[in-house]
Write a protein that binds this ligand. Structure first.
Ligand code: NAD
Length: 419
């Protein structure tokens, strides 16, 4: 019996089953590796602007503490529940281990549509959530970061709230902060840049020229917009993008810098164009060289996997592909090269790690050093994944997750089981 439930959690369990079978992990060891160490649910009351009181439910799940503090984003979305947060925490663990960071995975969130409340209410909710979390987090226990529905401003409120309670400034309690409050150069762009870097690498290996190649990006928030901009700056035509408000298609390529300016000013791509509307559900199956899902989980199911017409699937979002779709993609290898989420979007946590290190040392790096080191780590993990997939004749996702799970398992084995 477990408190974790729901389709996203089931997906993380199913994926782990595949890896555990592949690694022949004994049955009695599996639960210890898979199940989250700690989870907390909090209720966060706030004063609404109209004087009433509203209560929002918040969560934080810390998956394992074997390699160091836990690390993970904070999601504000109406769909958030404890099962989804637990799955995201588990994936963070495999991701951190795959790229070699001294962290376990964590994730947190509040069940709220951040667009439905005012900025003042959002600040009150962010601060109250962090205040409720104080007994459970810390720079050496659990370090938060942004995710869907949160941003640098929310991280600044988190950091300020934690610091006010400690009586001194503790920048290292969260990452993804504004540079003016102890953030690092290059964090805002890190996830999207990492996605684009890996895409360029794969295209080179596949012999696809960047100039004139085409890409489709689902989601135009932090990850999607920066990935699109970086791909655009590499000469790739972004023929379609979507967000929660609209989808746009232009076979000659969208003006991504103009679209980024519009989305920054208006909070979405809505109202950018009257002529370029497209069916949001259909953009995933447009013919293109690169498809970047960068919004939410489980958008590529078996049916869509059958109908994908891309050469490279670069998973910017966490968990965009269902296990049933994975089986189809396995059959479609090598026609579609999958860069699995735990590698593809890991540039975000890699640069979050750099931010934490810089905050602890109070010694800050230039942006080109941040990005150079980010790419170095991504390249190393990419090489490990590809050679493991070839050696064992397994899909990239299985290889990437196996590398992560193996590291966590080895650390647990050498530390032993307390007491
Ligand atoms: P964000 O809130 O900045 O942006 C989310 C985007 O998705 C928005 O443009 C939103 O409109 C869009 N969206 C929501 N519902 C949609 C729908 N039904 N169809 C199309 N678009 C939709 O969030 P983000 O930080 O960019 O995160 C996006 C994904 O990337 C999430 O899966 C997140 O877990 C993952 N991720 C984020 C980071 C990071 O550094 N922010 C790092 C790793 C992974």
């Amino acid at each position: 019996m477990t408190v974790y439930a729901g389709p996203v959690f089931d997906m993380a369990v199913q994926q782990f089953g595949v890896i555990a079978n592949h690694l022949s992990i004994p049955m009695d060891e599996r639960e210890r590796i898979l199940m989250p160490k700690r989870a907390i649910t909090v209720s966060c009351p706030i004063h609404r602007d109209d004087g009433s009181i509203a209560v929002f439910e918040g969560y934080r799940v810390q998956h394992h503490l074997t390699l160091g503090p836990t690390k993970g984003g904070t999601r504000f979305a109406p769909s958030v529940d404890i099962g989804e947060i637990a799955a995201l925490a588990i994936w963070m663990s495999w991701k951190c281990a795959l790229v070699g960071l001294p962290y376990g995975g964590a994730k947190g969130g509040i069940r709220v549509d951040p667009r439905s409340i005012s900025v003042r209410e959002l600040e009150g909710l962010s601060r109250r959530y962090m205040q409720e979390m104080i007994p459970f987090v810390g720079p050496h226990t659990d370090v938060m970061a942004p995710d869907m529905g949160t941003n640098e401003q929310v991280m600044a409120w988190f950091m300020d709230t934690y610091s006010m309670y400690q009586g001194s400034t503790v920048t290292e309690i969260v990452t993804g902060k504004p540079v003016s409050s102890g953030g690092t150069l290059g964090r805002r762009e890190a996830t999207g840049r990492g996605v684009a870097h890996l895409v360029r690498r794969v295209m080179k290996d596949l012999g696809i020229a960047l100039n004139g190649a085409t890409a489709v990006v689902q989601g135009f928030g932090n990850v999607g917009s920066h990935a699109a901009l970086e791909l655009y700056n590499s000469g790739i035509k972004i023929i379609a993008v979507s967000d929660h408000t609209d989808a746009l298609y232009d076979r000659n390529g969208l003006d991504i810098p103009a679209l980024v300016r519009h989305a920054t000013m208006h909070g979405s791509i809505a109202g950018y164009s009257n002529q370029l509307h497209y069916d949001p559900a259909a953009i995933l199956t447009l013919p293109c060289d690169v498809l970047v899902p960068a919004a939410m989980e489980r958008v590529i199911d078996a049916h869509i996997a059958e109908n994908l017409k891309c050469r490279v699937l670069a998973e910017g979002a966490n968990g965009p592909t269902t296990p049933a779709a994975d089986l189809i993609l396995e059959k479609r290898q090598p026609e579609i090269f999958v860069i699995p989420d735990i590698l593809c979007n890991s540039g975000g946590v890699v640069v979050s790690y750099f931010e934490w290190v810089q905050d602890l040392q109070q010694l800050f790096w230039e942006e080109d050093e941040v990005t150079r080191r980010e790419y170095q780590i991504l390249d190393r993990a990419f090489d490990h994944m590809v050679s493991r997939a070839k050696k064992d004749n397994i899909p990239h996702r299985t290889a990437a997750m196996a590398l992560g799970v193996e590291k966590v398992r080895a650390a647990k084995a050498t530390r032993g089981l307390f007491p």
